[in-house]
Design a protein around this ligand. Structure first.
Ligand SMILES: [Fe+2]
Length: 306
């Protein structure tokens, strides 16, 4: 079962690599961050399209019979709809994994937007990313969402646009209202940034609205128990390239999933019990430390280790 799951992921990774490499120069065949600024993508199957926004954010388009559903918009400087129109002529609805601008910059191109209720409650705060973390040579998007109708989501909700069917699971951590979208037909979990990846990037939990570590462990344990029943599902994350380490990337894939969740829980407990140390983060943010153990990595505010 596990190797079948890995084969599915490897196939997707190879197609991803081919799709983004078209836009890169030279012989860069390794899976890495796509070149900034150009949308690209590939079909995972005839009704699921994996889109890269050109800045490192991964989005997924599900095609139903009457409607399509986009999971996250990315934050390319160009509008997303013209690119989507090359893929489908169906009406497209939007569901975001969380309220960060690199995932919903183009929410204003959609009339109805699904979003975790806890992110919606403090969206202006969540939508703002500290300037030193803003990696791009571009202005932060304004976050002007007056015209949209936001539809708040909580655990157990089912989104049914057309004949599509997605189950919602909240995982408070990266943001208070981060959600996972579970698609049972294909056995895929769209995980946004809630789980991070096992590479050096890991999960970012250092925003001031992130929970303290003990609370995060509590949340994660509950979600782990729920996700355990779907052991053979694959996780497609919000920054696909982060699954790969720098060396021999195709061989060194660390996908998010149950193992990573398990490692995350154990790691946090060890740190809370002072059985495991941590180091200063390399990120340009004050008072952030990096925890790492096996496949788990998180960056957290020092004062939140309690
Ligand atoms: Fe995020």
């Amino acid at each position: 079962m596990v190797s079948e799951k890995n084969n599915r992921l490897i196939q997707i990774a190879e197609a991803y690599n081919e799709a983004v490499s078209e836009y890169r120069s030279g012989d860069m065949k390794n899976v890495r961050e796509p070149v900034k600024g150009i949308y690209s993508g590939h079909w995972i199957d005839s009704e699921l399209y994996h889109m890269e926004d050109g800045t490192g954010t991964s989005c997924y388009l599900l095609i139903g019979k009457e409607k399509a559903l986009l999971i996250d918009t990315g934050m390319n400087a160009e509008e997303v709809m013209p690119y989507l129109r090359k893929i489908t002529q169906l009406p497209v609805m939007l569901a975001v994994t969380h309220g960060h601008p690199d995932h919903m910059r183009h929410a204003d191109e959609f009339q109805e937007v699904y979003i975790g209720q806890k992110d919606l409650e403090i969206l202006p705060e969540i939508y703002f990313i500290p300037a030193q973390l803003w990696p791009l040579d571009m202005e932060q998007p304004p976050g002007n969402f007056q015209k949209q109708r936001f539809i708040p989501l909580k655990t157990g909700d089912i989104i049914e646009p057309g004949d599509l069917d997605l189950e919602v699971i909240e995982l408070a951590g990266h943001t208070p209202g981060s959600v996972l979208y579970v698609e049972h037909k294909r056995k895929i979990i769209f995980s946004g940034d809630a789980l991070g990846c096992g590479s050096s990037v890991g999960s970012w939990l250092f925003f001031k609205y992130c929970p303290v570590l003990s609370e995060y462990v509590k949340n994660t344990k509950v979600i782990y128990e729920r996700l355990k029943q779907w052991e053979d599902y694959i996780y497609l994350s919000g920054h696909f390239f982060q699954m790969f380490t720098e060396a021999e990337p195709m061989q060194r894939m660390v996908p998010p999933g149950l193992v990573m969740l398990e490692d995350t829980i154990t790691m946090c407990q060890k740190v809370l019990n002072c059985e495991l140390g941590y180091e200063e983060s390399m990120l340009p943010v004050k008072d952030v430390v990096r925890l790492h153990w096996r496949t788990a990595t998180i960056e957290v505010i020092r004062s939140h280790i309690r």
